[in-house]
Design a protein around this ligand. Structure first.
Ligand SMILES: Nc1ncnc2c1ncn2[C@@H]1O[C@H](COP(=O)(O)OP(=O)(O)O)[C@@H](O)[C@H]1O
Ligand SMILES: N[C@@H](CCOP(=O)(O)O)C(=O)O
Length: 336
């Protein structure tokens, strides 16, 4: 049987950073943030060529091991076949191994791009299918859901043990919420942080998280004044403290001052859910050892954009600017 046809034109995909868990919603909650990776993909006659600017330019492989490419390959298989060659250009702004969903963004970018360059790809694979496939590759659906759908997402998987097909709903976060992130210079890989979690947890801790997670849905969408109690967690953050003691200390200090702060994803980034009135206090409480970066919330999720916008929104990967760069020592206009 003949494989699929491919578009000759290049496609550009933009994917947001995400903060998973948000305290009690382990492997379920995600929030999309206004910080983006861009990839441009073109089907070629032969070979694989990868260009990388920004995060990971010095470290990522430029061959079939590259996560965007691996994800594209999986998606092409599902869509009926591989193209003869590929050119991939990555402009990376989401820091790696910091708990801001860089791996999910890379996976979603790859799946979205494969779908966009395949004739009939969007019809063959709708957004729910993108979410399911990207979650399967990532292994947990929380970042992927927020990355695909934007906004504040609640994800779940089928099956008695979880591991089945992923689904999600997206809600609109309250407009007064101001995410502020503190990104440590050194990474902690998600795999390592997941390895610190126990196989079982006390029933009382699970019960406490159920109540807080339910409350967080109301707090993040309608009543941000409840965010402090709503972001309490007993399932993962304490267990991970040995891998990120300074982040844990900052979370405790911010919370003691009444600021809803959590470990972002598997860490070590700290996320504070401030508002216009407290954003400056957040910076002051954190002190000079930490750089505070205020980010917008993203409500669109992964998008296939016209190539023309690449030139217009052409902030160099890694260059500081609103929504354009966060690094171990963030600087620029997005800094508080
Ligand atoms: N844009 C990207 N392109 C290729 N690989 C990526 C990209 N972003 C992340 N990765 C891969 O994912 C790893 C980080 O994933 P992970 O430990 O889950 O941290 P994060 O919290 O940033 O998702 C990187 O070390 C790299 O191997
Ligand atoms: N629920 C996951 C979230 C991992 O997010 P990341 O941004 O650190 O990849 C976990 O807590 O392990």
């Amino acid at each position: 049987m003949a494989g699929p046809a491919f578009r000759a034109a290049a496609v550009r995909v933009r994917v947001p950073a995400t903060s998973a868990n948000l305290g009690p919603g382990f492997d379920a909650f995600g929030l999309a943030l206004g910080l983006y990776d861009d990839i441009v993909v073109r089907v070629a006659d032969a070979g694989l060529h990868i260009d990388i600017a920004g995060e990971g330019a010095d470290t990522l492989p430029r061959d079939e091991r590259h996560l965007v490419v691996r994800s594209m390959r999986t998606a092409f298989d599902r869509l009926g076949g591989q193209p003869r060659g590929l050119e991939v250009v990555c402009a990376n702004r989401i820091p790696h191994g910091r708990g801001l969903g860089s791996s999910s963004a890379a996976i979603v970018a790859g799946v979205m791009a494969a779908r966009a360059v395949t004739v009939g790809g969007a019809e063959a694979m709708d957004r729910n299918a993108v979410l399911a496939l990207a979650s399967e590759i990532e292994g947990h659906p929380d970042n992927v859901a927020a990355c695909v759908l934007g906004g504040f997402t609640i994800a779940w998987t089928d099956g008695p043990q979880g591991g089945g097909e992923a689904h999600a709903v997206t809600l609109t976060p309250h407009q007064d919420v101001v995410p502020v992130v503190f990104v440590p210079a050194d990474p902690v890989l998600t795999e390592v942080a997941r390895g610190l979690l126990p196989a079982t947890v006390p029933h009382a801790d699970a019960a406490a998280n159920v109540g807080r997670a339910a409350l967080l849905v109301e707090a993040l969408t309608h009543r941000p004044e409840l965010l402090l109690p709503a972001t309490e967690d007993r399932l993962h953050q304490d267990y991970r403290t040995p891998a990120m003691p300074l982040s844990a200390e900052l979370v405790a200090r911010l919370r003691a001052e009444g600021i809803p702060a959590v470990i972002s994803g598997a860490g070590p980034t700290v996320l504070a859910l401030a508002d216009a009135g407290t954003a400056e206090k957040v910076r002051a409480v954190a002190g000079p050892a930490w750089s505070a970066n205020r980010l917008d919330m993203d409500t669109e999720g992964a998008a296939v954009l016209p190539l023309a916008e690449l030139a217009e929104g052409s902030a160099e990967a890694g260059a500081p600017g609103p929504g354009n760069a966060v690094s171990g020592t963030p600087t620029g206009e997005s800094e508080l």
